[in-house]
Each structure stands twice: as structure tokens, then as C-alpha cells.
Design a protein around this ligand. Structure first.
Ligand SMILES: NC(=O)c1ccc[n+]([C@@H]2O[C@H](COP(=O)([O-])OP(=O)(O)OC[C@H]3O[C@@H](n4cnc5c(N)ncnc54)[C@H](OP(=O)(O)O)[C@@H]3O)[C@@H](O)[C@H]2O)c1
Length: 341
């Protein structure tokens, strides 16, 4: 089997660390591995070898075939450099997601769009990936008319520093001290709130219409991935004091009516989805239990009786795994299977 030279930009971060774990667990055909980040010189052990973190420059991508980007806004300048050096970039940032020349891929939904790539492929927003895995199978069977999604998003979704800050805040509060807050909701803004024992109804910056950019990512990325530019979809995103795994309440209206039983059957057969829905046994998805799992879990499947054809779903998935690293590695696997690299 052919092996590939791979680089990870942002290897020391939350997504970068998970990328290493996914590459190992899926036995990705690695020839060489290069790890890049801001803190040059850090040593990372991976599959019995020590790797020294290097600086992210255009030069670093020479001889690299697949470059996973998980370094945030640096993608804007560095992804075109990596492509110039000959690499295919799979980018976790939001920089290129809505660029018409860049495929935005969830392999279970639109792997065929990869054929159009020109060097950069965008990995969607974590909440978007988790949602489309659950709603695309329903759309295929009953055609979506309207989607209302409300999220409760884990703190690790804001990166390793935000998670560390929440842990410190819990300790401070339990010791009766004032919690320190310097990162959430948005590190670059002046005002910060503690997330420990709290909820923050702001993820990313506000747009002029009062929605946040995170909310608009759910709207616009879903339309692009599922090829439904006219889909009526509205989102509310909330940061919750959860370590890992995003949760989403999704209310759907469809053209054709599906019973809850039919929806359960459709989702039980959907790739990457596990139905966990048994009220009598108090069985429903929870972030603590979906953490580290590859699949997205769906429960609380109910008919919405206020409309002719509607459903309510509770969807939970590990945003660092399927919401980021796993989806990115699956994209790389698709590039290989489809002979696109
Ligand atoms: N966290 C999630 O659940 C999640 C999910 C989906 C997508 N994403 C996206 O994935 C990206 C990474 O997020 P994260 O949560 O992993 O962030 P993170 O934990 O803060 O890690 C950021 C990583 O990028 C590196 N980095 C930052 N600026 C750099 C620069 N100028 N040059 C080289 N390396 C640089 C950091 O290096 P040092 O450690 O050396 O500073 C670190 O390795 C972001 O675009 C984020 O929006 C995150």
C-alpha cells in the first residue's frame, strides 16, 4: 500500500493532538510525519517515536503530500504556501469554507464534491458536521423544509487554553474565590465571562443582524454541504461548561411526514450515526458518554405535533473527533480511495 508524507500544522493544540490519535487508531498509511506549531522545539511522542515541533513556513511543506491544518487564522497565508509546495491541505479553520473553489466535505454526505478540489479542502465547523450527519438521512427520505437548531457546545471547542481556564475557574469557585476569565466568549474581544457553572449565549463575534458567526456557519455550511442553498435554517449557539462533545436540539419540518419510528429506522441505518433512544430505559445521548467515540448519537426522537410533518432530535457528538480530526482524516482517506492525490 502506498504511504504518504503528512504534516500537521497546530500539532500541539486540541485538534492537532486528536489528529495524531485518529491517524494512529485508523492505521493511516504514513511514510513521514512533520509536526508544526508556534512553540517550536516541543517534543511530541507518537507511535514510539519522538518528533520535535518545527516552525510553520512554506519550506516546511516541501515533499509533504497531505497537510492537516489546525492552527486557526494562520491558514489564510500558509495554506496557499503549502499548496504551492505541492501538498493537499485539509483545513480545520473557517477561512476557506464558503469559497466556491474549495470543497467543504463531510464524507458520509458529499464525498463526490472532493473531485473538484484545487489543493485546499475545508473541514466544516464542528457543530455543522455533527448536525448534517443526523439531518441528511432524514432529508434523503422526506425532504427538509425547515431546520431550527440550538446547540450546547463544549469548552474544548474553543481550544486547549479555554479548557484549561474552565478547570481553573471551577477550582477558584469551589475555593470561594472570584473566577478569572480571559478567553471566553471570544479571546480577542475586551469582555470575558467565566464558563464554570455558567452558560454563555455567544460563540464567536456578533454579525450586524444579531446572529453570531458560529450560528451563521451552521446555516451557510449546511446549505453548501447538502446542496440545499434555499434550505430554511436558523441557529442559536451556546457555550456550556462541558469538557468535550457538542449537543444539539434539532427541530425539523419535512415535506413528507415521518413517524418517530420511521425516523429511528432511517437514522439507525445512516453511516456514522448511532440511535440511542429508549425513554423507558432512560437511554439518550450525553456528552460524557459520547466523548472519544467516532459516531454521532441521536436520541429523544419525537414527532412535533404542532406542524403537519415535524420531528425533534437530540444529537450529541465528540466535536474533536467526528467534528474535527476524524472527519479530516476521513477526507484524506477519500482522497486516496478516489485517486485524487
Ligand atoms: N477545538 C475544536 O473542537 C475544533 C473543532 C473544529 C475545528 N476547530 C478549528 O481548528 C483550529 C485549531 O483549533 P484548536 O481548538 O485545536 O486550537 P488550540 O487548542 O488553541 O491549538 C492551536 C494550535 O495552533 C498552533 N498555532 C497557533 N498559531 C500558530 C501560528 N501562527 N503558527 C503555527 N502554529 C500556530 C498552536 O501552537 P502552540 O501550541 O505552539 O501555540 C496550537 O498547536 C481552529 O481553526 C479551530 O476553529 C476546532
Amino acid at each position: 500500500m502506498k504511504k504518504y508524507n503528512v504534516a500537521i500544522l497546530g500539532a500541539t493544540g486540541a485538534v492537532g493532538s486528536e489528529l495524531l490519535s485518529v491517524l494512529e487508531s485508523r492505521r493511516f498509511p504514513l511514510a513521514q510525519l512533520k509536526l508544526l506549531a508556534l512553540e517550536v522545539g516541543t517534543v511530541i511522542s507518537f507511535m514510539g517515536r519522538d518528533y520535535v515541533v518545527e516552525e510553520a513556513t512554506g519550506e516546511a511543506f516541501k515533499d509533504i503530500q497531505i497537510a492537516f491544518f489546525a492552527g486557526g487564522s494562520i491558514s489564510k497565508v500558509m495554506a496557499p504556501e503549502a499548496v504551492k509546495a505541492g501538498a493537499v491541505v485539509i483545513d480545520n479553520s473557517s477561512t476557506f469554507r464558503l469559497d466556491p473553489d474549495v470543497p467543504l466535505i463531510v464524507p458520509e454526505v458529499n464525498a463526490a464534491d472532493l473531485a473538484k478540489h484545487k489543493g485546499i479542502i475545508a473541514n466544516p465547523n464542528c457543530s455543522t458536521i455533527i448536525m448534517v450527519l443526523a439531518i441528511n438521512p432524514i432529508h434523503q427520505h422526506a425532504k427538509l423544509k425547515r431546520v431550527v437548531v440550538s446547540t450546547l457546545q463544549a469548552v474544548s471547542g474553543a481550544g486547549k487554553a479555554a479548557l484549561q481556564e474552565m478547570m481553573t475557574q471551577h477550582k477558584e469557585l469551589l475555593e470561594g474565590r472570584e473566577p478569572t476569565a480571559a478567553i471566553l466568549p471570544v479571546a480577542a474581544l475586551a469582555k470575558h465571562y467565566p464558563i464554570a457553572f455558567n452558560l454563555i449565549s455567544q460563540i464567536d463575534v456578533f454579525c450586524e443582524d444579531g446572529y453570531t458567526e458560529e450560528e451563521m456557519k451552521l446555516v451557510n455550511e449546511t446549505r453548501k454541504i447538502m446542496h440545499v442553498p434555499e434550505l430554511a435554517i436558523t441557529a442559536t449557539t451556546v457555550r456550556a461548561p462541558v469538557v468535550r462533545s457538542h449537543s444539539e436540539f434539532i427541530n425539523l419540518e419535512t415535506e413528507r411526514k415521518l413517524t418517530a419510528t420511521e425516523a429511528r429506522q432511517i437514522l439507525a441505518q445512516a453511516p456514522g450515526v448511532i440511535v440511542q433512544d429508549d425513554p423507558l430505559q432512560q437511554l439518550y445521548p450525553m456528552p460524557t458518554y459520547t466523548t472519544g467515540k467516532d459516531e454521532v448519537f441521536v436520541g429523544r426522537i419525537r414527532e412535533d405535533t404542532t406542524v403537519p410533518a415535524g420531528l425533534n432530535l437530540w444529537v450529541v457528538g465528540d466535536q474533536l473527533r467526528k467534528g474535527a480530526a476524524l472527519n479530516a482524516v476521513q477526507i484524506a482517506e477519500q482522497l486516496i480511495t478516489q485517486n485524487l492525490i
